[in-house]
Write a protein that binds this ligand. Structure first.
Ligand code: ATP
Length: 233
């Protein structure tokens, strides 16, 4: 509970999201409406709720993978001051993703034939870190997450589910974003990997990184979490 006096960095206000199923019958699905919560800088903020309640959708709205239908996502950006992610210009969103916002999915999405080491280093290279330095840092994260060195030059598309998840985590943490969105960070991990990831989460928040996470592994995450938001169906 080290963040009790920290300022709010994210204010989600009356957020609502609908999906229209164009390929089915055009029907509208409304996972949630009027979601409001505030997140303190440097905290671990957990979003819980039943399967299908819209937890991942909230993370994707904050990363602006999805546009929202209602409400605001006020973010206190280092570069731009207060920004409403729900309505900000695409250029601002691209810049925030490059410099301040990170998203770690449960699923791997990479180009074929790019080695794991390069995939991991890419967020740093995009930010202008020299390639050699970025690759060195990437090798440190892959080693920490116990990805065998013999696999570093292979495409992560050949990795097992757990290896892919660890690579996603390496790629997310290497960038040290101000806000890190973690979707089920421990879902396919064994006990050793899980404890490494929980340590990484604790270290990042201690350095001031704000982490929002969705997890069904309530026992593991809730002990560390500063706040939990329960999304009702
Ligand atoms: N791109 C999409 N198009 C249509 N419906 C979607 C889309 N993404 C999510 N949904 C629907 O929105 C609802 C919420 O999905 P979401 O993945 O956010 O739930 P969740 O709470 O994270 O679930 P789980 O705990 O099972 O991962 C679900 O009914 C889902 O089918």
């Amino acid at each position: 509970m080290h963040t009790i006096d920290a300022p709010y960095i994210l204010n989600v206000e009356n957020l609502g999201k609908q999906f229209q199923l164009h390929l089915v019958d055009g029907r509208i699905i409304t996972p949630f409406i009027d979601v409001t919560f505030n997140v303190r800088q440097g905290s671990l903020f957990m979003i819980s709720g039943k399967s299908g309640a819209g937890k991942t959708t909230i993370l994707k709205c904050i990363y602006r993978t999805y546009l929202t239908n209602q409400g605001h996502i006020w973010y206190d950006s280092e570069e731009f001051g207060t920004v409403d992610i729900a309505s900000a210009d695409e250029n601002i969103i691209s810049r925030l993703r490059e410099q301040e916002l990170g998203f770690c999915s449960q699923f791997l999405k990479v180009l074929p034939r790019v080695p794991a080491l390069d995939v991991t280093a890419e967020p740093l290279i995009r930010r202008g870190v020299p390639r050699n330095e970025a690759l060195e840092e990437a090798s440190r994260w892959l080693a920490r997450l116990q990805i065998e060195e013999s696999r570093w030059l292979a495409s992560p598309l050949t990795f097992s589910g757990g290896e892919q998840q660890r690579l996603n985590l390496a790629r997310a943490f290497i960038a040290e974003p101000r806000i890190l969105l973690l979707d089920e960070p421990t879902a396919s991990l064994d006990a050793v990997s899980k404890s490494i990831v929980l340590d990484m989460i604790g270290e990042a928040t201690a350095k001031g990184v704000t982490i929002l996470t969705v997890s069904h592994d309530i026992a593991a995450i809730q002990d560390l979490a500063d706040d939990t938001f329960w999304l009702e169906v």
